[in-house]
Each structure stands twice: as C-alpha cells, then as structure tokens.
Design a protein around this ligand. Structure first.
Ligand SMILES: Cc1cn([C@H]2C[C@H](O)[C@@H](COP(=O)(O)OP(=O)(O)OP(=O)(O)O)O2)c(=O)[nH]c1=O
Length: 704
C-alpha cells in the first residue's frame, strides 16, 4: 500500500524533476545516514541508488536552544549527516559524494514529540494529539563532500525542512491502548505511523504525506535539481548555495572543512558523539547551532589526515605511504606514521590501514613488505599465544613472577630450549616482560595485557576463548583451502567425525569439550556483555529471556545495567547442568536458568528476547524457524535484542567478521541492514542499531 501510494503521488514529479537528478547522481557515492526503514523505502522506490550508513549521532540536542521546532529537526538532521560524512573516510576508507540525513518530529501545543521511550510515553504523546491538528516537520540535510588535492575535505551543507499538518480524530482510551499495544508507535515520531494502523487515527493531512512518513521526497528532489541541474561545476558551489537560499523557502548552506584534530568528532563512539553539536565541533568559537544558519565561508582548520581516496583509473604516482588511523572510545583518532607504528595485524572496526604501493616494478618500500610479512607471520603469533596459554605460562608467572626459562621449563614439564624460545617470542609480542640479570639468563613477568586478559582467573580472562581457538578454530582453519574449494565447513576433516548439529554433536557430547566451549562463550560474554547490555534504554522491559545464553555471563550484565529487569537464560540441558561452574560470587536472584532446546521446546515468556551471537551460526532455514518461533511467542511491543558482529554495508569490514565467515559454518555474517530485513520478515522492526566499538554490535527490534 505504501509503495503504491508513493507511486500515485510522485510519478509526474519524477519525470519532471527526479529523473534528470538521478542521472546526475549515477556514479556518485550517495549515502543515506539513517536507519529508518521508511526513508530507505521512499528513496529506493524513487530509483535512487545509495548506501545506508546509519548515523551514530544521538538525538539529544537541547530543545530549549531553538526558537522554532523545525530548527531543532534541521539541526539534528545536520548532525546525523555530518557524523556519517566525517566517519566514512576514516572508518570506511571512502569519502562519499553526498550524505543525506533527516529527522522527523511532531509538534503540538509548542511541544516537540520524538519517538516514545515506552508505552506510557506513547500514551502521553497520542493523547496530546487526540482531536487536534498538529505539525509534522522533517528536517533534511544534504552534505556534499569535496575532496581536494591536499587531502582536505570540504563539506557543503544544504538543509531544509518540510511541514505537513495532520488532524487526529478524538481517540477513546480503548483505541489509544489498542494502538499502543500493537507496538507500532515505538519507533515513530509522535508515537504513530500514518502509513499503517496509525492511518486510522487521522482525519486529514495537509501537505506532503511522505514528509510525515519520514522523508519529503518532492522537496528533496527540487533541492537536488537546484544543486545538480542549475549549477554545473564545483566552483559554482558557493553561488549554488546562495541561489538555494533565495529560491527555497528553508535551505541553509555551510561550506566547511574537517578539522585536523579529530579526537572529539570523527572517532566518536555513539555515546560520546551526543555531547557535541555541529557548530561547536565544526567551528570551535561559533555561536550556538541555531545562530549558524545561513553562514557561508570556510573556517581555517588544518588539513585532515585521512586515507586518500584513489581515482580508480589513474595510476598511483605517490610514493608509498602508510597511515594507520586508530580509534577507540578513550583515545579518539590517532594518526600514526610508519616510523612509530606497531601495525595491527587484523584491523578492527575503526582501524584503517592503507598502503599506497607505488608502481608495480619500483623498489619495494619497507612498510609494504612489513605488512605482508606481518600477515604471513600472523599464524605463528597466534600459535605462540595459544601454546603459552595452554601451558599455563601466564598463570604460573602470576603466581611466581620472575621465573627464568629453566625454572619455567621445569614447571611446565617442557624442554628448556623450547621454553626459552616461547618466552622470548611472548616478550616480542608484548605478552611478557623480561628482566636481564648479570651473567645469568633473564627472568620473566606478565605484562599488563597478560595480567588482565591471559590469566585464567582474571575477571576479563580470554583464556577460555583462546583455548577454543586453539582446539577448534585452528584445526578448522588448517583446512581453509578445502573449505574455500568446497564452500563448506571442514569439521569432518578437522575432527574426524560428521556433524549434523555442531553444538550437540561436537561441543556438548564430551564433558571436557563442553566445558571448554562454555568457558570460551563465557570469556566473550564477559568482555562484550556490558557494552551490549548498556547499548539501549531497556527500562520498558521487565522480563528478558537470553536464548542460548550459556553460562549467564551476558544475563548478569543485563541485570546489573537494568535494575528493573529479570533475565531467564534458556539453553540446552547439557549446558544448564554445568552452570554451577560459572556462578558469580555474588549470586543475582534476578538471573535464572531454564533448560530446553530453542528449536524444539516452548520458549519462556518474556518482554524482551536476547539473541547474542546465535544467528550467525545457523543455516537460513534454522534462523527462520527460530525467528518465527520468537515472533509467535512475542506479543506486539515485545523486544528482540540482537547482538552480532555487523558487517559494514559494503562488506569491506570489519575484518574480524569477514575472517570468522571463513570458518564456513552453515551460518553467515550479515550487515545491520541485512539483519533488519531478516527481522522485518518476521514482524520485527528495527528501532535502534548500535555499533559498540567492542567485539559485538547490537540492534533493538520491536514486534509489531
Ligand atoms: C509521524 C510518523 C513518523 N514516522 C517515522 C519516520 C522516522 O523513521 C521516525 C522518526 O524518527 P527519526 O529520529 O527522524 O528517524 P529514525 O530514528 O527512524 O532514523 P535515523 O535517526 O537513523 O535517521 O518516525 C513514521 O514512520 N510514520 C509517521 O506517521
């Protein structure tokens, strides 16, 4: 219905305005900085080709700073688009040509209504709309990115808004609650969706219907027409902006450069990004956001350090160059030159390694060679870590720091020569420290890294996961060539037996292997759990069920983070019978365990289902069967929190996810948009996506 409606409304305009615009955009990298499935559908139906990179900007600007509601929507749209425009060159290694951001709000009686946080909030919003006319504003920001010779990026910002008036019928209490309980209000501004059940509440609409649904397509096309059809060269950009200002009722344009110091912006984790507004971050001494509208000019910032985009056709004439842009929540952007760079072997999300190798036949540069050698030696480093961990080197040095190689050899019952080589290798990898002694062999101690992650009894120990990598992942990867040739996993070759169900046949039919696997899952849940548990406001949910929650490590993080939540961990009987091995010291009564098979048995009732690191393991058929079972168990408004590594939409990273896919399990790695579509097919809409900057990302979906 929605798509048909769109066609009826815009076919004529499409031929007049949209098609010439679309041809102008072909070959350009257009990015939609929005997770809204409605915006995606509107633009896709219009024939636009684009990538989706949801913005990490949190919608928490101070509404008190804005004199009119549309100013707030426009500013939020700008921040969403700019965050993506800044992040992409660094984290995705490509500079988009255009980034589109949007923000939809409802305004009634001088209040701004965004998405409700819970059912009561939805009730508050909908009852304030009952029997009245209100305005829906969508602010849109179009960021044009221009890369310059000297690696600076110019951003030209064009923004505008559209207002549509909507009148609601008088809503009875019963109607209100029936609608709220349908779950539809939760991810929509003002708490309703005019395109679906919410349409029944509406008496009339004055203005652009699609604007209410989240994107004013017609106004957008007119803006594109102005930019691309009436302004031919990039040198005309300033005048184009000026023209836009005159001809359009609400556009603004800011031409600016990305600041040199990226520490508080491009590298922001979602949580930190909310602290900034564009004016502050783009123009350090500028007035508040609302006053920077209609500002032109180019503030003088130093050039940005970023991976330079190559022109696909041109030969790379520059000499070899290596940049490692490393980001973390704490450190922000870090630009490390080749001289002082310890290359990360496997770039994580947010780490960018670029080698611009000069002409093919020119003399190899040291850094390029080094990178290849690092990759070739990677397996030796992994195996050295696995072996030291298996032989309990880190535990022994924790108990008795300062052992020399002969003493260590005696402790681990190994050869002195072999032990010496292993200890020295661990020093070179930064896992151990050695202290020289006069005329004697050096003694060894754990580094901080080993103390924190490699001791088997450390709070955030990865010991269990390392053992799993050594015993299970390593043998599988030693058959990688066959896995690639055959396109299937290599369990039979690696472990000498056929597996129908990896968990039942391999991991859980032997006590020792089972415990090892549980320790591995426990390790991962311990180090990632907090970030997943705190990714979203879950205060509307009272009961959760962690499907395949294993030792409960993730569940305990959820109860810790959400005082009103109780969590049932649902896992196979073989797992639940072992959980005493993993109970935390301070038992939390809000975590309980139920034994069962989520493919076969009835699921415990809950408001929120957690699927952390589950779906990627299973075939499409099993994934669909599990999701449809959850969907049947859920009432509208129930939540599903999915946590996996989300692949980038262009499938160029993160490296961990792509390497994991090589194990060729029957499952697959997916991007956030792919998970969104998958869940949508089972009646769940994605309300929020969070890239955590940790090993697992998360998305919160609501059953409609
Ligand atoms: C009023 C109304 C809003 N909406 C939706 C459009 C938007 O998706 C949403 C408003 O929230 P927004 O914050 O504008 O957008 P979003 O959170 O969905 O996505 P992102 O921030 O990543 O861009 O409400 C409808 O679908 N129907 C309606 O009738």
């Amino acid at each position: 219905m929605f798509s048909n409606l769109f066609r009826e409304q815009s076919d004529e305009r499409a031929t007049m305005v949209l098609n010439p615009v679309i041809s102008k955009l072909s070959g350009k990298l257009v990015v939609l900085a929005s997770a809204s499935p409605r915006r995606l559908e509107i633009l896709r139906n219009a024939g636009l080709r684009f990538e989706v990179v949801p913005s990490w900007f949190k919608e928490t600007l101070d509404k008190g700073l804005y004199t009119a509601p549309h100013e707030y929507a426009v500013e939020t749209a700008k921040q969403k688009a700019l965050e993506v425009a800044r992040r992409m060159p660094i984290k995705h290694l490509k500079t988009p040509d255009i980034v589109i951001g949007a923000d939809t709000i409802v305004s009634v009686d001088g209040m701004i209504l965004e998405k409700p946080v819970d059912k009561h909030d939805a009730y508050r919003m909908l009852s304030s709309l009952s029997g009245k006319e209100h305005s829906v504003f969508t602010g849109v920001a179009i960021v044009l990115c221009h890369e310059k010779e000297n690696e600076e990026v110019d951003y030209q910002l064009i923004d505008f808004y559209e207002e549509t008036k909507v009148k609601f019928a008088d809503l009875s209490e019963d109607m209100l609650w029936e609608y709220i309980n349908s779950g539809e209000p939760m991810d929509k501004a003002g708490g309703y969706g005019i395109q679906a059940l919410g349409g029944m509440l509406v008496e009339y609409v004055h203005g652009d219907f699609l604007n209410v649904v989240g994107f004013p397509l017609n106004h957008f096309c007119k803006q594109l027409d102005l930019i691309y059809n009436r302004c031919t060269s990039s040198s005309d950009q300033e005048s184009a902006s000026a023209r836009l200002s005159k001809s359009s009722p609400h556009p603004t344009s800011v031409l600016t450069q990305l600041p040199h110091n990226l520490t508080d912006q491009s590298s922001q984790s979602p949580s930190s990004s909310a602290k900034h507004n564009s004016s502050a971050s783009l123009r350090p001494n500028s007035p508040p956001a609302s006053q920077t509208h209609h500002t032109h000019g180019s503030p003088s910032f130093s050039p940005v350090h970023k991976a330079k985009k190559e022109d696909g056709d041109s030969e790379v004439s520059e000499s070899s160059r290596m940049l490692v842009n490393s980001f973390s929540k704490d450190r922000g952007a870090e630009i490390i030159g080749s001289d002082n760079t310890a290359l990360p072997l496997i770039p994580s999300r947010g780490q960018v390694i670029e080698l611009n190798v000069a002409r093919e036949d020119s003399e190899p540069k040291r850094e390029d060679l080094q990178r290849i050698m690092e990759l070739m030696d990677g397996f030796k480093a992994s195996k050295a870590l696995f072996t030291a961990s298996k032989l309990c080197v880190f535990d022994l040095l924790h108990r008795s720091p300062g052992l020399d190689s002969a003493q260590m050899a005696q402790e681990i019952k190994a050869s002195v020569k072999g032990t010496e080589c292993l200890l020295e290798a661990c020093v070179s990898l930064g896992l151990l420290k050695s202290k020289d002694r006069k005329c004697q062999k050096p003694v060894y101690e754990n580094t901080d890294l080993a103390v924190r992650f490699l001791r088997s009894d450390a709070s955030y120990s990865l010991h269990g996961y390392i053992q799993h990598c050594n015993n299970t992942v390593w043998p599988l990867f030693s058959h990688l060539e066959s896995a690639v040739l055959e396109g299937s996993h290599q369990h039979e070759k690696a472990f000498g037996k056929k597996t129908n169900d990896l968990f039942q046949d391999t991991y859980y039919n032997n006590q020792e292997i089972k415990l090892r696997f549980m320790r591995a899952m426990h390790s991962i849940a311990k180090v990632t759990g907090k970030d997943v548990a705190t990714a979203f406001d879950l205060s509307t949910f009272k009961t959760a069920c962690d499907l395949g929650g294993c030792t409960g490590a993730m569940a305990y993080e959820f109860t810790e983070a959400h005082p009103g939540l109780t969590v049932t961990v649902f896992d196979l009987p073989a797992v639940v019978e072992m959980i005493e091995h993993f109970r935390p010291q301070h038992k939390d009564n809000r975590v309980s365990f139920v034994a069962g098979d989520f493919f076969q048995d009835e699921l415990p009732k809950a408001d929120l289902y957690i699927l952390a690191r589950i779906l990627h393991d299973w075939s499409d058929e099993k994934v669909h069967s599990l999701l449809s079972k959850i969907a049947q168990t859920c009432t509208p408004g129930c939540g599903l929190l999915l946590s996996e590594i989300f692949l980038d939409e262009d499938r160029k990273g993160p490296c961990r996810g792509l390497l994991q896919a090589l194990s060729m399990s029957v499952g697959k790695q997916r991007s956030a948009a792919e998970y969104t579509l998958l869940l949508k097919s089972h009646g769940f809409i994605t309300a929020h996506v969070r890239h955590t900057d940790n090993l697992l990302d998360a998305m919160l979906c609501i059953r409609v």
